[in-house]
Design a protein around this ligand. Structure first.
Ligand SMILES: C[S@@+](CC[C@H](N)C(=O)[O-])C[C@H]1O[C@@H](n2cnc3c(N)ncnc32)[C@H](O)[C@@H]1O
Length: 302
């Protein structure tokens, strides 16, 4: 398996683990003071200029809350102080990236989504000689490994190349390793069965010392890459793009950019899957897709 950078971007080595607490549903937390908004704009601009990561079109409610948490943890009083240090310390930016990106994930999350893929997508892909799947915003890989297991059970694994992309290098490293805490497996296993799994999830991993490592053979061909939906372009034609629980963190123009990218990347009649709180409904690109299973946020390029 290869890890690629599709575009040079600077992120220093991150010292924090991925476990920055975050509830996924954005809420409107009270602002700490009137300067926070100005400093927030300046910080995002500084991050973009210095490290080429573009958070300027992310949902402000979530960013505010997460940056307030970063200030508390780093014992800093203002975003200006954070900006000053971050500009001179790439390692600190690596830590900040763990706050700016939300890493909540689980295997076979929203089992009905994976059932819909089995029902509507698999029979089409089974007629293709080769298949490209792009998991965009793959985080630590739970969605990727879920699809890999599903494809194995449906006889598609041999012919499939998985492209797994994210802007968080730590998350990508975990995705590539396919190693998760054993304590999470019970919930994963229940989701797997609810998603129409044909065996037992334990058939697909080896557990030892409190960790479970998923069988590398599940993913025959893969590319793991640093790719941003905010700044990068199409890199490969795909027959299925699964991008779940990423667009919720973007504002409308950035959502449109990402969905436009998916439209460009998809092969004719390719499939697009989104998260349960995401939809094409208000997108500028809604006319380019038809719903396949609207409830499960599964669409097909027209
Ligand atoms: C909540 S996780 C979703 C994980 C997985 N897709 C799921 O639904 O379980 C959101 C992921 O989006 C990634 N992300 C945020 N901004 C991104 C961008 N501009 N381009 C690509 N990925 C991004 C984050 O690093 C994080 O890994």
């Amino acid at each position: 398996m290869a890890t690629r950078k599709l575009r040079p971007r600077t992120a220093g080595p991150a010292a924090l683990s991925l476990a920055v607490p975050e509830a996924e549903a954005p809420d409107e937390t009270a602002l700490p003071d009137a300067n926070f908004e100005i400093e927030l704009e300046l910080l995002l601009e500084a991050i973009f200029r210095k490290y080429q990561h573009d958070f300027r079109h992310y949902s402000r409610a979530s960013l505010r809350r997460r940056l307030q948490q970063a200030l508390r943890d780093l014992h800093l009083g203002t975003l200006s102080q954070l900006q000053d240090r971050m500009l001179r310390d790439a390692g600190l930016f690596g830590r900040l990236l763990q706050y700016l990106t939300v890493q909540v994930s689980e295997m076979f999350r929203d089992p009905a989504y994976f059932r819909a893929i089995r029902e509507h997508v698999v029979p089409v892909l089974q007629t293709y000689p080769s298949v490209n799947v792009w998991v965009a915003g793959c985080s630590s890989g739970e969605e990727l490994w879920s699809l890999a297991i599903l494809f194995e059970e449906e006889g598609l694994a041999e012919r499939t190349v998985f492209y797994a992309t994210d802007i968080n290098p730590e998350a990508l490293a975990i995705a590539r390793a396919g190693v998760y805490d054993a304590g999470r497996l019970r919930a994963f296993g229940e989701n797997y069965l609810a998603a129409g799994g044909r065996r037992s999830l334990s058939d697909y991993y080896h557990a030892a010392y409190g960790k479970a490592k998923f069988r590398a053979q599940l993913i025959r061909q893969s590319v793991f890459a640093d790719h941003s939906l905010a700044t990068d372009s199409v890199f490969q034609e795909a027959h299925l793009i699964s991008c779940r629980n990423v667009l919720i963190y973007f504002d409308r123009p950035l959502q449109d950019r990402a969905i436009g990218l998916f439209g460009d990347a998809l092969a004719r009649r390719g499939f697009l899957g989104l998260g349960s709180k995401e939809s094409l409904h208000f997108s500028a690109h809604v006319g380019a897709f038809e719903p396949v299973a609207a409830q499960e946020r599964l669409y097909r390029k027209l």
